[in-house]
Design a protein around this ligand. Structure first.
Ligand code: NAP
Ligand code: G4F
Length: 339
């Protein structure tokens, strides 16, 4: 009989790649979908007919109980979240409710309805925040720097507690930033590729960013969903860092994106520190720094050490940083040229 998986956050970036991955492995895939006035299935349009949708919301315990009762899943992947860090300062309580209390709601429902289901919780490198060591690994002390990071850290400890209290098979993946052509437009990578392509096509002259000196360990979302699955195939539940081990500035991402569309930008040697503008080699301003996009508290550097996952799960990323930028630019070029 086919294995059954319930995926929360199925309409999001990771949910769509994970659903594809599980369908290819022969799973029956159930997706928790929250109500919206207009359906938001752009990322999963191509596989929509293969998914069993169940309506529900992380804030509504009964809907989670109903979803688990209906799906009777062998595996549950909790990807649902208010996932935009910058927004978490504007909606602190809501972010906490969805990203932390929502996880309690889900784990309680699992314990009540299907305690033998294996659970994956989407943890994050944001929990390392003001990093206490580099690279960051499973044993690195946490120091979250945003309401988002705090909520995710509470969820992480909730997973540990359910594991230790009730022997649930529950794991947290400590995933570093992962991107794709399906990334939401407000995240910096997609914001850059989308804007750079618009500049190339003559649709806009310039765009605006915040701190371009911050560093992230960026991988490809398609590679990272395989790690989620691998965690649930182990004999014992455990937590794993998933990362490429390489870190780059936002400015480097900008440089590579412009390079991918053959626009030459000036290199002033400051590499993102105190820059106010970036110009092309012919002098046009294509990027302006705007304080509106700076955060009240920033995570300046993330770089993960995923040796444990590489050794125990046999996982490693396939797409490197340069390939990722090119893939996203190419996809936006195709999308925007069509429009
Ligand atoms: P995403 O694209 O923003 O997707 C979030 C998903 O959660 C969407 O399907 C959204 O549904 C759903 N959702 C939001 N609030 C909900 C609620 N109250 N009830 C039910 N569903 C709700 O995020 P992602 O990049 O795929 O990330 C997936 C998970 O991994 C998130 O938990 C995120 O915090 C975590 N994470 C992401 C990264 C990364 O770099 N991408 C790194 C570490 C951890 P709608 O479509 O209706 O909005
Ligand atoms: O793309 P970002 O918004 O991603 P961030 O904050 O790193 O969070 C993402 O990764 C986390 C894992 O570490 C996930 F848990 C989380 O759900 C999300 O997927 O910002 C990346 C960096 C930041 O330092 C930000 O300050 O880019 C900087 N940045 C500079 N200008 C900007 C902008 N970020 C955004 N979104 N927009 C800007 O204009």
């Amino acid at each position: 009989m086919a294995k059954k998986a319930l995926v929360t956050g199925i309409t999001g970036q990771d949910g769509s790649y994970l659903a594809e991955f599980l369908l290819k492995k022969g799973y029956d895939v159930f997706g928790l979908e929250r109500r919206a006035s207009t359906k938001n299935r752009g990322n999963i349009k191509h596989i929509e007919s293969e998914i069993h949708f169940i309506s529900g919301d992380m804030l509504d315990s009964n809907s989670l109980i109903r979803a688990i009762s209906e799906a009777q899943p062998d595996e549950i992947y909790n990807l649902a979240a208010q996932s935009f860090v910058a927004e978490s300062w504007h909606q602190k309580r809501y972010t906490h409710e969805v990203n932390s209390s929502g996880v309690i709601n889900l784990l309680e429902a699992v314990y009540e309805v299907k305690p033998d289901a294996k659970v994956y919780q989407a943890g994050t490198s944001e929990m390392f925040g003001k990093v206490q060591e580099t690279p960051q690994k499973e044993t690195t002390p946490f120091y979250p720097r945003s309401p988002y990071g705090i909520a995710k850290l509470a969820a992480y400890w909730t997973v540990v507690n359910f594991r230790e209290s009730y022997s649930l098979f529950a794991c947290s993946g400590l995933l570093f930033n992962h991107e794709s052509p399906r990334r939401g437009l407000e995240f910096v990578t997609r914001k850059i590729t989308n804007a750079v392509v618009q500049i190339k096509l003559g649709l806009i002259d310039k765009f605006f960013l915040g701190n371009i000196g911050t560093k992230r360990d960026w991988g490809f979302a398609g590679d990272y969903v395989a790690a989620m699955w691998l965690m649930l195939q182990q004999n014992e539940p455990d937590d794993f860092v998933i990362a490429t081990g390489k870190t780059n500035t936002v400015r480097k991402f900008v440089e590579l994106a412009f390079e991918a569309v053959n626009i030459k930008i000036e290199s002033n040697g400051k590499k993102g520190v105190d820059e106010k503008y970036i110009r092309t080699d012919t002098g046009s301003v294509v990027l302006e720094i705007n304080s509106k996009f700076f955060r009240p508290a920033e995570v300046y550097l993330l770089m993960g050490d995923s040796s444990k996952a590489r050794k125990k799960l046999g996982w490693k990323p396939k797409v490197n940083f340069e390939e990722l930028v090119r893939m996203m630019v190419k996809s936006d070029l195709k999308l925007l040229s069509k429009k």
